[in-house]
Structures are given as C-alpha cells and as structure tokens.
Design a protein around this ligand. Structure first.
Ligand code: 9MR
Length: 360
C-alpha cells in the first residue's frame, strides 16, 4: 500500500475492515470480490427513505459502496426549513448507516441555488446574507466534523449558459455578496472542519461545443481566483450527469483536468449517471450504450489523473432522479445507474470497476 493511497484513504475517511461485507453474508447479495487495495473508492448518492424502507437497497448499498452521500438530506431545505431551526434526523440516518458500515461519507451541499427554503427570500442586506450563510455552514459542518470527509461547499455556481467567465448564477448569496460568497463559504467550511476536503462541484463541462467550452472557461476562472486569494479549495467535483446523445470532448476534458491537477487540486467524480431517454433499442443495447458513454468520460479523466472517488447519483435504477425531467417516451424505465431496478449489476458497473482498478 503506497503512502499516497494511505493519504487518499485517510482523506476520504475510509476505514479498514470489512464489517459491511460480514454483515451482509447470507443477505442474498453477493459481496464484492476482494480487489487490489489501491482501488479508487466507489460510492453513490443515497436516499434516507429508501435506506429505511427497502432492505434490498440497504444490502446493495452496504455491498457495493465504500462512500455514500445524501442525495438531498444535507441540503438547506431539508436541514434548515425555518430560520435558525435545524432538522438533522434524515441526514443523521445516513450518517449512522455510514458509521455502522464503515463507509466514508461526503456532504452535499452548503451553497447551492437549488433546494433553498422560502425564508432566505426575506434576507435583505449583505451583512445578513453573510451571517446566515456562515452560520449555517458552521452549524452543519461542525455537526459532522470527523465523519464527513469531504464537502461540496459550493455547487453549480455557473449559469447554464454563461455569457463570460465572470458570469455567476443569480441567487440569494450572489445577489448580496457577489463572487465573494464563494470564498466566504469555503473559509467558513474550513474553519468548522480544517481536515475536510473542500470541493467546488459543477455539471456540463465535458461535452463538445461552445456552451461547454464556455462552462469550462468559467469554472477555470473561479478556481484560479480562489487559488490566487489563498482560499482553502482542495478539489473540483465533476458531476458527470452524462447525456447519451452528447459527445464527450475527450481532448478538452483531459486538458481541463490536467490543468486543475497542475494547480495542485484533486478531482472527484461526484454525480455520474447516463441520461438515457433518447436511446432507442432493447434494454441490452441501451445498457451497452450507457456503459460506453461512461467509458468515454472516464477514459478522458483517467488519462489526466486518478480521481479521489467515483460516485454515481443513485445506485439502482429503482431510485433515480432521471425520469423527473427525462422520462422515456416509450414508457419503459430509465436505466441510468450501475444496478438495475432488481439490484443486479449492469455493464456500467463493470466499466466503473475497470477504472477503479486501473493502476495509478
Ligand atoms: O437527485 C436530486 C433530487 O432528488 C432532488 O429533488 C433535487 C433537488 O434537491 O436534487 C437532485 O440532485 C441534484 C444535485 O443536488 C445537484 N446536481 C444535480 C442533481 C440532479 O438534479
């Protein structure tokens, strides 16, 4: 085991031991084959409701994941519904599961335009905005200090179609604090947990086309500004909600990741899935196309660096956000994730596994 691997395991909070596997012996779900110890940790976004109600899902999470992240339970409108009033029950359920099964836990997310409670619309000054943003971050990050090993501090700061590199998504924090909300959020997170890996997370940066080049340029600009101001930014999260009908800009992505790595940053793949509503054909062909799209993406990233982790946005097709906006017209289920809706691994899982085991 190399030093850098030990460091990475420590950074992700992975613990030694296979209690999770022992626990699920006899559960009917095959435990993963023991692989080389330097595998990139795999994980998934988790629902506390499914964890509570669905034993097959619980078993699959414990079997396949080394790291988990709450899909919604650590967002503002789940945790902080009314000003100053926090509800940690659902997030704690996921945290307890991670503890019991010796899984690393990621936190998502501290500053995002989505999933915001109504009350933030009553904020009326910059001072009040800064107080509420830093107060929330202090409360939440402190609670999970030592357990959450990395946080998506700022999520999706760039507008869908940025008009220039300084274009920021308008929402409560950018409205009052402009670009400063980003360093404010990172510094507050570092103060609350100096050991956590702090991540800037974005989507739609991997494709061919002017819009995606503009998004890479805007992300690069934010990252550079933060590093120049000595802000504690440790990593960039590539969400990787991949669209089956969009081409990956392999050279552009590889060059982008190399540049970030050259600046001393780590890379995480944080929300991988393949949006499959436009894919024709029988399930088998669709599953192959989904796996091939992920392969394309992972090839470009791994050509530049070994990511800290590969996380999919959900584990099984039984629970996925994809049909909310991308339902299939033929009435068939979407199949964006590594396990099918019966918890059986699909070709996408094999592709992820292959990259996880690739030598550093
Ligand atoms: O998958 C999540 C869905 O269940 C929630 O309703 C939604 C709003 O909280 O967020 C979805 O997750 C998003 C993530 O937080 C940020 N990147 C895009 C994800 C998919 O929309």
């Amino acid at each position: 085991m190399t030093d850098s691997f030990l460091t990475r395991r420590a950074a992700l909070g992975l613990l030694a031991g296979t209690a999770a596997e022992a626990m699920w012996q006899g559960s009917g779900v095959a435990a993963p084959a023991a692989g080389p110890t330097s595998e990139v940790p795999y994980g998934a976004a988790i629902s506390s409701y499914a964890l509570q109600d669905d034993p097959a899902y619980r078993a699959a999470v414990a079997t396949y994941c080394q790291v988990i992240v709450p899909e919604s339970e650590m967002k503002w409108d789940d945790l902080h519904r009314n000003r100053g009033e926090y509800h940690f029950e659902n997030a704690d359920r996921i945290a307890d599961f991670a503890r019991q099964h010796h899984l690393a836990l990621r936190g998502h997310t501290l500053a995002w335009y989505g999933a915001m409670p109504e009350w933030v619309n009553t904020i009326s000054t910059a001072a009040e905005a800064e107080r509420e943003l830093t107060g929330h971050i202090h409360t939440v990050v402190s609670r999970y200090r030592g357990l959450v090993s990395s946080w998506d501090v700022v999520n999706e700061p760039i507008p869908d179609k940025p008009v220039g590199v300084t274009d920021l998504r308008p929402f409560v924090w950018s409205r009052f604090l402009e670009e400063d909300y980003i360093p404010i959020a990172f510094r507050a997170a570092a103060a609350a947990d100096p050991k956590a890996m702090l991540v800037l997370n974005e989507y739609d940066i991997e494709y061919v086309g002017a819009r995606f080049r503009a998004r890479r340029d805007a992300l690069r600009h934010i990252v550079r500004r933060l590093l120049d101001r000595n802000v504690p930014l440790h990593a960039v999260g590539l969400q990787a909600h991949l669209y089956a009908d969009r081409a990956i800009d392999r050279d552009g992505l590889q060059a982008f990741v190399s540049e970030l790595k050259g600046w001393g940053l780590k890379i995480l793949i944080t929300e991988l899935d393949v949006i499959d509503d436009t894919l024709p054909g029988p399930e088998q062909a669709r599953d192959a196309a989904v796996a091939a799209k992920a392969d394309d993406f992972l090839e470009a990233v791994f050509a530049a660096c070994r990511p800290e982790t590969i996380i999919t946005w959900g584990l099984s097709d039984r629970y996925t956000w994809v049909p909310t906006y991308n339902k299939r017209a033929d009435g068939r289920l979407n199949r964006p994730l590594p396990l099918d809706d019966a918890m059986k691994p699909k070709p996408l899982m094999a592709v992820i596994d292959r990259y996880r085991r690739r030598a550093a």
